[in-house]
Design a protein around this ligand. Structure first.
Ligand code: 5GP
Length: 194
């Protein structure tokens, strides 16, 4: 991949927009150059999620202790649960010579943009709000009440998409992965402009 090592790419999307599928597909062919940031969360693990692979699952007490100790480069409270990126994670990706992909929310993206200059932010939109509603309802990982909250949050987040460097619409897996690759190439191109 023609990007510099040690860059940070932030990808945000409303829950249910298909971000995890896209990132996993992207990582299939780019794992030599990219490392996926594993966040810490206080939310319970969903079926199939593993500690250390999908998230580090912490108790609220432990999370708050880590905040106090200044261990997070950013963290946010999203629908009553905490999510955060450890400074250590960013350090280890730089040390491994790979680029880091961060799957974080709008609040986190803003904080990372302020702290890491070599950072490109991408917002992934669902094809439509109706489709997002449909996906969240069918996935059955959240209660109807939680789905309602996620949809309200999605609306708020989508309104802030203009603050990102790039906005893409996830209509088709291969197309979206292609768009992501194009953005990474463009970014490299941008850096060489004088
Ligand atoms: P989920 O509970 O569906 O896994 O994630 C909910 C939201 O938390 C998603 O928008 C995801 O991008 C965001 N998120 C995951 N990890 C982090 C993190 O470390 N920091 C921030 N700010 N948001 C995160």
């Amino acid at each position: 991949m023609v990007v510099d090592k040690g860059d940070v790419f932030v990808i945000s999307a409303p829950s249910g927009a298909g971000k995890t599928t896209i990132i996993n597909k992207f990582m299939e062919t780019h794992k030599n150059d990219f490392m996926l940031s594993v966040s810490v969360t206080t939310r319970p693990a969903r079926t199939g999620e593993k500690h250390g692979t999908h998230y580090y699952f912490f108790s609220k007490e432990k999370f708050l202790e880590y905040i106090k100790k200044g261990k997070f480069i950013e963290y946010a409270k999203i629908i009553n649960e905490y999510y955060g990126t450890l400074k250590e994670t960013v350090k280890s990706s730089t040390a491994s010579g790979r680029n880091l992909i961060m799957d974080i929310d709008v609040q986190g993206a803003k904080k990372i943009k302020k702290q890491i200059k070599k950072c490109v932010t991408v917002f992934m939109m669902p094809p439509s709000f109706e489709e997002l509603t449909d996906r969240l309802t069918k996935r059955k990982t959240d209660s109807p009440e939680a789905v309602k909250k996620r949809l309200a949050l999605a609306k708020k987040e989508m309104k802030q998409s203009g603050k990102y460097d790039f906005v893409i619409v996830n209509r088709d897996i291969d197309e979206t992965v292609g768009l992501l690759e194009a953005i990474l190439k463009l970014t490299k191109f941008k850096k060489y402009k004088v």
